[in-house]
Write a protein of this length. Sequence first.
Length: 229
Amino acid sequence: MSSARDEVLGNIRRALGVTGREVARREAVAQRIGRAPTGVIPARARLPAAEQVDLFVTQAQAALATVARVKAADEVPGAVAQYLRNHNLPATIRRGDDPRLDAMPWGHTALDVSCGVSDGGDLNAVSHAFGGVAESGTLALLSGPDNPSTLNFLPDNHIVVVAAVDIVGDYETVWERVRGAYGKGAMPRTVNFITGPSRSGDIEQTLLLGAHGPRRLHIVVVGNREDGP
């Protein structure tokens, strides 16, 4: 029995007059995948490194995220605690097993920290981004036990840590770094690009935050681009 997918693809092949087994076509596809060609990069993204971080902050704030900057990773727990106090939120967070988060001095705060995936009952979550995209103020988060995807979508308040050295101008550079870190045969299950808190304007064009995920997104940028590549 053919699936709906097979039926759709079969109709496309018949319309194109191909079977999908042609050697030349298969070789062309393999070559394109192997090259991973670069897409269009907007001029806005082509900035010096330090300016890319500034643009990232500006674009993230324009997308209704809030941003704090700290000089070093050991300042992150204090910045997270301060954010929760400022918004009158419980001093509780859930995070993944990311070694960068593990190394931070959470014990120097009054935060109640738990680790692992969220079952939907967590109000606050902390993740560590793989990188940031300056052109749109977007965070790139990779799925896995280090940073479970449930933390991206289920808690009401999402706090994301990103190193300034991992903020680049454009999406193409992020994909290049993902391929370099994981390799094509061992890519993460999902790459989530997050720009601002969840929102929807489907009902009478009224903007509603938290429609399909966190109603608040707070970003903690660590260090400066001068600190690394």
